[in-house]
Design a protein around this ligand. Structure first.
Ligand code: SF4
Length: 382
């Protein structure tokens, strides 16, 4: 079982999109994305929009050969939408992919009116019957009955958790539960998972002492999961603030097992772009009309891309790979021979999954024209 997290707050966007590769199945869970319409009174910064667009492309690419798609609920950051805003994923971009695969979707009961509408639009756009799979178990897949979306009333706003098992390894995806319900935590543990990907509490909403009960409950449930689950990945609502990042660090320090955010799990430095949105605007001011012009296709989001990375490095938010200055991948990119994808997804985020990095650490030979994923591109050497 190979798990790859595509989108989450620690990767720069809202969502909890991932891919699980089994021997004979490729399962995409929650293939959606959003950027948070307004934080601190600001729309998404163009740098965040550029990062979001790349993650959206990645989700689109991963869906092309997916055999199964799971949708935990129909919030805009968890599924393709009939009517997306400019920062989300539209059904039209993935219609062909979604026509060919199996779709396992939460039912429409125990959902808000907006979610029910999105579900209907989703099914109609694909011209597919979309059965409710809550409680279903088939092959390596199993789905929960509706569980509470945070502390909200389950009758009106719930999600469906997924369990995937292969060769004795069990993965659980539990989007948006926010660790606020003890019963849901117990359900996860009853599934006896080895790895859990789950949304942490939305600490950025907890602005008064009245929220003390939620804080304590989420901490208690996180500790409980971390005691029993070998790898616990906490992200989403939790990492929309620096406070959430500190909460996670404290959990990592005190946990008996491994605790990660999505970026950690993917070997990368976290990019908490929503938490840093105010600072991004201070470092790289944006004209008042920019977003309007962007929707009209009159400005390019990539204008802020290189400046954005440079700002994060110069302000100490991220630290590139220690081999970066001497690495041929940097030179190929700066000379325009290599697309920026590689430096932005490996070098600048200090990605420990880089094959070049691993070989450097082991003192093993590797040619200059080996890509961070091990791919050989001999033409770069000419
Ligand atoms: S390619 Fe790998 S080793 Fe080279 S700088 Fe990037 S992350 Fe480091």
């Amino acid at each position: 079982m190979i798990i790859e997290i595509l989108g989450a707050e620690s990767l720069g966007v809202r969502g909890l999109a991932c891919v699980v590769k089994l021997k004979n199945q490729k399962i995409c869970i929650d293939p959606g994305i959003a950027l948070g319409w307004s934080r601190y009174g600001f729309l998404p910064h163009p740098f965040q929009i550029a990062i979001g667009a790349e993650i959206r492309e990645k989700i689109i690419a991963e869906l092309k050969d997916a055999t199964d798609v799971i949708i935990s609920h129909f919030d805009g950051d968890h599924c393709p939408l009939f009517n997306p805003n400019p920062y989300q994923l539209g059904i039209s971009a993935v219609k062909n992919s979604l026509s060919d695969c199996r779709i396992w979707a939460k039912g429409s009961a125990h959902s808000s009116t907006v979610q029910q509408k999105r579900r209907s639009e989703f099914a109609e756009s694909l011209n597919r019957n979309l059965p409710n799979v809550e409680g279903v178990k088939e092959g390596p897949l199993e789905f929960s009955m509706p569980v509470s979306h945070g502390q909200q009333n389950t009758e009106e706003h719930s999600i469906m958790m997924s369990r995937i098992e292969e060769d004795g390894k069990i993965f659980v995806h539990a989007s948006d539960i926010q660790l606020l319900d003890e019963e849901t935590t117990e359900k996860i543990l009853n599934w006896k998972p080895d790895i859990v990907l789950v949304s942490g509490p939305p600490l950025y909403h907890y602005t008064s002492s009245l929220h003390q009960m939620q804080r304590e409950l989420a901490w208690k449930n996180a500790k409980k999961l971390s005691r029993h689950v070998h790898i616990l990945i906490l992200d989403h609502h939790l990492l929309r603030s620096e406070e959430g990042n500190m909460w996670l660090r404290k959990l990592k320090r005190t946990a008996q097992n491994q605790v990660f955010c999505a970026a950690d799990f993917m070997g990368r430095t976290p990019l908490l772009l929503e938490a840093w949105r105010k600072e991004l605007y201070e470092w790289m001011p944006v004209s008042q009309q920019w977003h309007e012009y962007y929707e009209q296709g009159k400005v390019d989001r990539n204008d802020y891309r290189i400046r954005g990375w440079e700002s994060l490095i110069s302000r100490g938010k991220i630290k590139p790979c220690k081999w970066y200055d001497a690495c041929p991948i940097k030179e190929y990119t700066e000379s325009g021979r290599l697309e920026r994808y590689w430096v932005e997804n490996y070098c600048l985020v200090n990605n420990k999954h880089c094959i070049r990095y691993q070989k450097e650490e082991q003192g093993k030979y590797h040619p200059d024209y080996m890509m961070p994923n091990g791919e050989i591109r001999e033409h770069l050497h000419l």
